[in-house]
Write a new protein. Structure first.
Length: 353
């Protein structure tokens, strides 16, 4: 067979035949006509941050001033109360300027007072469920795939259970997971009236916490996937979530569709685009910080897990919002270099008055 370096003089049919052979072997030709060692599909598609951004919807403003995100279409289930908090509308002063309104920090962080956080949680419960005194059960989240059943008595525990997902069939209780960049996922069985909440950072997503959670609902209650509805709330979006090779390798080892979850993102700064010479460095090629970065779409990763678990695509709502680039609306651990409040995703079976 002629050397691949001479393919420029080959007829088109011969070039296509060579490409087919390379693809069969998991290789591709380089732009210079030489065989490359990169597996087909390993390079993510190229996007700009704007193309990957999912804007947040307009928040609901409750009578008590709390601003939260509702799940479109879920209002038709009178028994189901669910929503995603923002940072707006609370009593906390720890993460905002002195002249700014109070904020809705819902995590017992070192910078905020426990009494203030407890009051904020009551405000959120009142905003979403209409009852400030409804018990709210949270977890000590450890970036795991641990999932547990939660009961009314658990809401009064002085120390919450260590887990990253929980579910219940008891009414009069809100399940909560805390986030400040990770992805919150809420699931409900619309026929059996069962609810679940999951905290899915990249580690929990690799461990398939959402997929395992749906499996627990099937095992514990006999839930049918076709009866389940789900909502994926705001978190760090693919527009902002740059990751390293170790994270990409973890996903590639676990998911056959991993290549579809990553994007090669280029800086869309208009100044850099118009005046590229200003940003040149003297570093060797491949060692400069300028250039594309690999971004992970955690929202899509969890949507795919829900589909693999049997949910219908139309039963999955992506609420939208990127915590990292919408810091006026959300707390972000990344954007604030680790000093941030916490938001909550809540879901419960709540009877009307």
């Amino acid at each position: 067979m002629p050397s691949p370096s001479k393919t420029k003089s080959f007829p088109d049919a011969d070039v296509r035949q060579l490409d087919a052979l390379y693809q069969h072997a998991g290789l591709v030709r380089s732009l210079h006509g030489k065989a490359g060692a990169r597996p087909v599909g390993a390079r993510p598609d190229r996007k700009t941050p704007e193309e990957l951004n999912r804007p947040a919807p307009q928040p609901v403003v409750a009578a008590n001033g709390v601003e939260w995100l509702a799940v479109p279409g879920w209002e038709k289930y009178a028994w189901l109360k669910a929503g995603f908090s923002t940072r707006r509308g609370g009593l906390s002063r720890a993460y905002c300027p002195e002249d700014a309104p109070g904020e809705l920090n819902l995590g017992f962080t070192p910078d905020d007072g426990p009494a203030t956080v407890a009051a904020n949680r009551k405000l959120l419960a009142e905003a979403v469920a209409g009852k400030p005194d409804i018990p709210l059960a949270s977890l000590k989240q450890i970036h795991s795939s641990l999932i547990r059943r939660t009961e009314l008595a658990d809401a009064a525990r002085p120390l919450p259970w260590k887990a990253d997902g929980h579910f219940t069939s008891e009414s009069g209780l809100l399940l909560a997971v805390q986030t400040a960049d990770c992805i919150p996922v809420l699931v409900a069985d619309r026929k059996k009236k069962i609810v679940a909440a999951f905290h899915a950072g990249w580690r929990g997503t690799v461990k398939r916490i959402v997929q395992l959670g749906v499996g627990r609902l099937r095992l514990e209650y006999g839930s049918r996937p076709e009866d389940l509805i789900a909502a994926i709330g705001p978190g760090v979006g693919p527009c902002c979530y740059a990751v390293g090779e170790e994270v990409q390798s973890e996903f590639t080892a676990q998911f056959s569709y991993a290549d579809e979850l990553f994007h090669e993102v280029y800086d869309s700064d208009p100044v850099r685009t118009r005046y590229p010479m200003l940003f040149l460095t003297q570093r060797a090629p491949g060692h400069s910080p300028i250039g594309p970065s690999t971004h992970l779409d955690l929202i899509e990763a969890n949507r795919r897990q829900l589909i693999d678990a049997g949910l219908k695509p139309r039963a999955i709502q992506i609420v939208g919002g990127c915590t990292n680039c919408q810091t006026g609306l959300f707390f972000s651990h990344r954007a604030s270099q680790g000093r941030a409040g916490r938001m909550m995703a809540v879901i419960g079976i709540v009877k009307a008055y």
